[in-house]
Design a protein around this ligand. Structure first.
Ligand code: SF4
Ligand code: SF4
Length: 410
């Protein structure tokens, strides 16, 4: 296993982290014996970073890890989890209460890497008014958390503002060869590193899609001297960036864990050859041609005066490329509908057809026409039901956790 140090602290993290959001399941629940064996095997082989969050596995992830990391495994890893700061966190005391619940869930007295979950600039501004800076500073001073960071899925401008908003030790971004210009992107990765933040990468395979190899893509990889799986190409491309500290993989299959561990023994920064980088660049171009809308995510079209999240709409629409219909809907739910966020929705149907965006799009995309297709594809009954269900479940769970946390406060 290779390790890379966090710039501000020198803490050495394994370049492969274990993401606990897609643990193996049996009858709709975490398959505890199998998931425990997988995590312990990964730790025995050198992984020292485990990433959790309160909502993962409908709230079962943190308590599971509390059990899985017994027998001395807790001491061998840096444990990361995230503050679900959305709608029900209405005061500084609520933050304290949720942290207490998470410590109890994880059966630990300290969370090594604590993130504000899926933070956007409007969320930060609200949390700032509620006392988040004091909360983070006090939690650190009291030894309840080690390092403070945030996970992120919005635009580069928001990302840069957030990086500068607090003295973070690290951040977590979505990054892979198709997302160079999407969300924080390469610009964000470099900016965070230039400000001394460690960067944890999530979605290295875009939810597993980049591990698949459509024939049009395979043709390019077949030209390479080295035979590699599509997953290996994706992971090596990310680790080729020296600014990346650790890559999270949501692993639940023994063969995949084995493959990832093997790659993580070798993937040095700046180790891909110009020819290999050229192959990946051809793969990206080929993917763009396969996509329904050839949007690169550059965001030159933004902001839209009507509030449409144009690149996010197309990102969800393009998810159909991998033949997984539900994935596009979920991307639309989280990135465009945003039912739990402070910034409100950014639906394609908000488009007033003003045409301003099309004048700025370097790809000359017929944005207005495509947005009509996007709205027709996603903004139906299924989305409305999903939003209602999500609000109901998440609201209920968080209120329950807050009640439990308040009872734990001194
Ligand atoms: S055409 Fe629609 S999406 Fe484009 S800027 Fe105008 S309102 Fe926004
Ligand atoms: S300007 Fe064009 S390519 Fe860039 S994000 Fe907007 S729609 Fe996509």
């Amino acid at each position: 296993m290779l390790y890379r140090a966090l710039p501000k602290t020198g803490d050495r993290l394994s370049i492969l982290g274990f993401g606990a959001m897609r643990l193996p399941q049996k009858k709709g629940r975490i398959d505890e014996p199998r998931a425990t064996a997988q995590i312990r095997m990964a730790i025995d082989r050198g992984i020292n970073y485990i990433d959790a969050a309160m909502p993962y596995h409908a709230g079962a992830c943190e308590p599971f890890l509390g059990r899985a990391l017994s027998d001395g495994y807790r001491e061998k890893v840096r444990l990361a989890t995230k503050l679900p700061h959305w709608d029900v966190v209405a005061s500084r005391a609520d933050m304290d209460a949720l942290l207490r619940v998470q410590l109890q869930n994880l059966n630990t007295d300290r969370i090594d890497y604590y993130l504000l979950h899926q933070l956007g600039l409007p969320d930060w501004l609200r949390l700032e008014r509620l006392g988040i800076v004091d909360f983070l500073n006090c939690a650190k001073a009291d030894g309840l958390i080690g390092n403070a960071g945030f996970s992120f899925h919005a635009s580069y401008d928001e990302f840069a503002a957030l990086v500068d908003a607090y003295d973070w030790e690290f951040c977590q971004i979505q990054y892979n060869y198709l997302d160079e210009q999407h969300q924080a992107g390469t610009r964000g990765l470099r900016y965070a590193a230039s400000r001394g933040l460690g960067v944890i990468v999530m979605e290295p395979l875009r939810g597993g899609n980049l591990a698949k190899m459509p024939p049009e893509i395979k043709a390019f990889f077949d030209e390479a001297e080295q035979r590699r799986s599509a997953a290996e190409w994706s992971l090596r491309w990310i680790w080729n960036h020296p600014e990346v500290t650790c890559v999270l993989s949501g692993m639940n299959d023994e063969a995949h864990i084995e493959e990832n561990l093997k790659i993580a023994d070798e993937a040095q920064p700046d180790s891909l050859t110009p020819t290999e980088l050229e192959i990946i660049s051809c793969v990206v171009t080929a993917y763009r041609k396969l996509m329904k809308v050839g949007c690169t995510g550059c965001r030159y079209c933004m902001p839209c005066p009507a509030g449409v999240a144009i690149p996010e709409c197309f990102d969800a629409y393009n998810a159909q490329l991998w033949g997984n219909k539900i994935e596009g809907l979920f991307r639309y739910l989280f990135m465009v509908a945003r039912p739990l966020r402070d910034c409100g929705d950014a639906y394609a149907s908000r488009c007033t057809q003003c045409g301003e965006c099309e004048k700025k799009c370097p790809q000359h995309i017929e944005i207005r026409a495509h947005l009509k297709d996007v709205a027709a594809r996603f903004e139906g009954l299924k989305l409305r039901l999903l939003i209602r269900l999500m609000r109901l479940i998440m609201g209920f769970k968080r209120r329950k956790n807050l009640k439990r946390g308040r009872a734990l406060l001194p």
